[in-house]
Write a protein that binds this ligand. Structure first.
Ligand SMILES: Cc1cc2nc3c(=O)[nH]c(=O)nc-3n(C[C@H](O)[C@H](O)[C@H](O)COP(=O)(O)O)c2cc1C
Length: 211
């Protein structure tokens, strides 16, 4: 392939994509075109992975029973999390919307296969967690690909991973990375929702230490 450079226009647009990526919890319920979704899912195949192990395992949650089990898992974990706060923080936490599982038209669960032979262990010897990081890298690309289509992704991690593994009947060596809601966002914002509601702020700048 010829050396490919990217135009200034593209860089400007790419910067905008990064700024407007957002974690989305408020979705419209209209369906997502399958061809568009497939194009975005292709980001997984293009993602980096330790030793080219491609340890991501993706499950599409479609049945009512599987969605109900996942929602119950989230609600239980979220109630437990709420119990860990008190006073104003508890008040604020109880008002947060931390998943779009009741609305999102597409729902995916992503696991990391901790015992994959692919890549023959290259790079994962001293730090096996590199496989999980590979899966997270792929999700980040998927996130951007969706946003570039105008779609949104919401990462749900307030879950009991063992329960999820059992409910979906997946191998025990698969480690839950996240539950993902995908669909058309109700609105676009240039600041995180947690910032908008006063929970936490994004850092003004990246601190880099010198050694
Ligand atoms: C690993 C990971 C797990 C997350 N889990 C949740 C979650 O369970 N529920 C939720 O509402 N947001 C979750 N988020 C989204 C973050 O709250 C969000 O990324 C952060 O507030 C910054 O907002 P932004 O993504 O819109 O920039 C998660 C994000 C990451 C990267």
């Amino acid at each position: 392939m010829r050396d490919q450079t990217f135009a200034d226009d593209f860089r400007t647009q790419f910067d905008l994509l990064l700024r407007l990526r957002r974690d989305v919890r408020r979705f419209r319920t209209d369906p997502v075109d399958e061809a568009v979704l497939a194009r975005c899912l292709d980001a997984f195949r293009l993602a980096p992975s330790v030793g080219l192990s491609e340890p991501w395992r993706v499950i599409r949650v479609e049945s009512e029973a599987a969605r109900a089990a996942a929602l119950k898992n989230f609600q239980t974990a979220n109630n437990d999390a709420l119990a860990g706060y008190s006073g104003d923080k508890a008040q604020l936490y109880s008002r947060l919307k931390l998943s779009g599982m009741q609305e999102a038209p597409v729902q995916l669960v992503v696991f990391c296969d901790e015992s994959t032979d692919k890549g023959m262990g290259l790079g994962a010897g001293t730090m096996p967690e590199m496989r999980r990081y590979s899966v997270v890298s792929a999700i980040t690309l998927f996130w951007l690909a969706l946003r570039a289509e105008g779609l949104g992704l919401g990462w749900v991690s307030i879950l009991n991973p063992d329960q999820m593994t059992r409910d979906l009947n997946v191998p025990e060596d698969w480690r839950l990375i996240g539950y993902f809601c995908v669909g058309w966002p109700e609105r676009v914002a240039d600041t995180p929702e947690l910032e908008q509601v006063g929970w936490e702020n994004r850092a003004e700048r990246l601190a880099i230490e010198i050694r």
